[in-house]
Ligand binder design. Structure first.
Ligand code: ADP
Length: 462
């Protein structure tokens, strides 16, 4: 029997085809979990040239869209329940430079997604009952689809909004009156794609209950909060629902269990330290994008406070890439503490796996964290998190239970957290109790997939 819930999930990345961060993990794993509970979940991402070169998926057809004054062809490729949209001019690569280029690129993608629903009906007699958009890249879809199909917009990070010139509306053939942001009687030359998505979507959600609370209650002067408030005032739905992400235990398959983790950790740690030329000490890692959000400035100050007092206290291994100024700052710390600190400035899946498996602790000093997957992955690998008390970190880590929490943006808080971790590490029984608790915490999609299913049903019934 075909399930009544047919959901098209849209984003700019999905594991295993293309990944920049946590959204890629989510788009790779949530649809699988939904399909297991009888939701016909299908995914659309762009067919970047890198994906095309690697996979060479079969083409199932093509259609045309009118973008600005041009007629553009969109090729459709398929692998299982994932569709890929191809266009050499707009969707060949994500690394588009130039202020409006990315906005134009995703305006094109969003328009192509809207037209895809007619294509797929004709081609496969399949039609989505709901479109699930993710982040600003998909923010034009709710505006373009005009309620013909209900939409859910999930915010994975409110700080990436897609600001650009309103000229993009001409490319989409959208009249100013339809754009809610521009309706305030003030001449506005800019458009905020995420803001527009928030105002037009049938429902809005985000990736943890705490982040949902933070973005609807902390007003920091960013106009995006006004859009969230406007939804609330219009009584459009029941506020912004926060559903915590899960992780895919098939991808993050540590093979550690409560009985065996010590042996595995010892072996993996030895290999890791040997490959890095580090002595046997308690080992802390960092894995993530080198963006201001991730709080590396807080981490390097804490490392300095710890290692300037005791050179033998710990090792720190940092993996990530991003802003040149942050990369320079962490390199400087590695140069200062040559015996204890290692930095790998790249995106490296294999090394990330080795770090999760071989480190004792993972430090997550984020200024804000909508959900965060690294703490969940780390716990699966018997690596205890020391994290800022914010967003999804707060919702997944219990202080003193499966990890440690400290006040966000506090260097002394992080230093104390690291010291506490070191003390517990020495008292073996307490440490083992915490690792056991981390290993036993359920971060699978089981619960959250059901919550998404319920949300889809609520949207369709509203
Ligand atoms: P965000 O989505 O903000 O980047 P998350 O914690 O939600 O952060 O997810 C980050 C994901 O990207 C994790 O799967 C993590 O392992 C991976 N990751 C981040 N940086 C790197 C890197 N430099 N090399 C390999 N994997 C990385």
């Amino acid at each position: 029997m075909t399930p009544a819930l047919r959901v098209l999930i849209i984003g700019y990345e999905a594991v295993p085809f293309f990944k920049c961060g946590g959204l890629g993990d989510v788009l790779g794993s949530l649809p699988k979990a939904l399909r297991e509970i009888n939701v016909d979940a299908r995914v659309i991402i762009p067919y970047y040239l890198d994906i095309e070169k690697k996979y060479k998926f079969p083409k199932i057809g093509e259609y045309s869209i009118v973008f600005g004054g041009d007629i553009e062809r969109v090729g459709v490729y398929e692998s299982g329940h994932v569709y890929f949209l191809s266009n050499r001019k707009y969707l060949a690569s994500i690394n588009t430079r130039g202020r409006n280029k990315k906005i134009d690129q995703f305006a094109f993608f969003d328009l192509a997604v809207v037209e895809f629903s007619s294509f797929i009906l004709e081609k496969k007699k399949w039609y989505p009952t709901l479109i699930h958009c993710n982040d600003w890249h998909t923010g034009f879809i709710p505006l373009l689809i005009e309620q013909r199909i209900p939409t859910l917009l999930t915010i994975h990070n409110l700080n990436y909004q897609g600001w650009g010139s309103r000229e993009v509306l001409d490319l989409l053939h959208v009249k100013d009156e339809k754009v809610k942001e521009l309706r305030r009687g003030v001449p506005v030359s800019e458009i905020n794609v995420l803001g527009e998505g928030i105002l037009h979507a049938t429902a809005v959600s985000t990736v943890s209950p705490s982040y949902a609370h933070e973005i609807t209650s902390n007003y920091d002067g960013d106009p995006i909060h006004l859009y969230l408030k406007r939804r609330e005032k219009a009584g459009k739905d029941h506020g912004v629902k926060g559903i915590i992400n899960g992780i895919d235990y098939a991808t993050w398959n540590s093979k550690y269990d409560v009985a065996s983790w010590e042996k595995g950790k010892k072996k993996n740690k030895e290999m890791l330290l040997k490959s890095m030329g580090l002595s046997d000490r308690p080992t802390f890692c960092f894995i993530g994008r080198m963006a201001r959000q991730k709080g590396l400035d807080i981490l390097v100050r804490a490392i300095d406070k710890i290692l300037s007092k005791d050179k033998n206290a710990a090792n720190f291994i940092l993996l990530g890439s991003g802003m040149p100024a942050i990369e320079k700052m962490v390199k400087k710390t590695a140069n200062t503490y040559k015996d204890n600190v290692r930095v790998e400035l790249s995106y490296n899946e294999e090394f990330a796996h080795k770090l999760y498996a071989g480190a004792d602790f993972i430090v997550i000093p984020s200024r804000y964290e909508p959900c965060g997957l690294i703490q969940m992955i780390a716990m699966r690998y018997a690596t205890l998190p020391i994290a800022s008390k914010t967003g999804g970190l707060k919702d997944t880590i219990s202080h003193g239970g499966n990890g440690f929490l400290f006040e966000k943006e506090s260097v002394s808080g992080l230093v104390n957290g690291i010291k506490k971790a070191l003390a517990i590490y020495q008292s073996h029984s307490h440490y083992k109790r915490m690792v056991k608790s981390a290993l036993q915490t359920d971060f699978s999609w089981n619960k959250s997939a059901l919550l998404y299913k319920k949300l889809y049903i609520d949207i369709l019934n509203s």
